[in-house]
Design a protein around this ligand. Sequence first.
Ligand code: BGC
Length: 330
Amino acid sequence: MNRKFAAVMAGLMLTAALTGCSAKQDTDQPDIYVICKSKDSYWDTTRWGAVDAGEEMGLTIHYEAPDTEADIDVQIQMVQDAIAAGADAIVLAPLDTEALNGVLKDADMQGIPVLTIDSDVSYTGRAVCVSTQNLSAGAIAAREAAALVGEGEIGVICHKADAQTAKERMGGFVTELDGNAIEEDVYPDIEVVEVKYCEGDIERSKEGTKQLIEEHPDLKLVYATNQPGTVGACKAIEELGLADQITLVGFDYFDGADVYLGNGTLDGVMTQNPYNMGYLGVRYAKKLIEGKLVPSIVDTGATYVEAANLNDPDIQWLIDPIVDRPAFDQ
Ligand code: BGC
């Protein structure tokens, strides 16, 4: 497909995707409500995965997301609205492990399948969770971090205290490095000295990183647990001119990460597969509507991306699976 045709197609698909919001369409197609965590551009890739699956499988996709990751009440309301609108299935990236359980149970009781993507909830009635195995991803990040610095103090920029993704990325990382009651401390010369919670906000993550560096003069490495956290940490290290002294391992590739990887501000980034979360979430929603069996957990993988493997073709696809598609008008 040439670029111009691709752009026209993308425009048409975008129109289709945008008309899919909120009110149920008067068609025979099942209505799938996809509710993500915020209007951050990170979610565009997930949304395209859902839109593509909807197109391919003859489903109407209604996409919603609160403005920010702090808007848990808005997200709960969105689930309630989807139930009231007669959703055939709800695919949700939950902002909280507990707070949505009540409304998800309501959906379940009304026979509406509920699937989670990206993060999970503690409610056992959700049908499938399609996500990164975040404990393992955190442990991989820890091993890469240990290989980079060998010893010293580590500070963490974490996106949330109460989201499953954050708890597990932290848990996997800290347990791998410092051990716990059962696991031995295999890296005795490395210590996680502080965690700053920055609500997945770039500015707060930038300031948090600067504070970590100021408060811990011997700090060797910063670990950031999501995309805004990583962007904020990159900006802080760049502004302070400390790329040679502070090592940074982040989460989620972003536009411009190649520059930071190239100039050594960012040493590596755990990269998830948000496109497949959207795509497979919708695919399994269709199976549930058809009364078919689905697995309860689907691992979409996590890959460590660094300057050395950035140009590998599989990495290039992973970091940009939606080549040439326009950003959504939020
Ligand atoms: C996480 C999401 C988070 C997103 C954007 C990703 O790393 O998987 O849970 O909401 O970053 O902040």
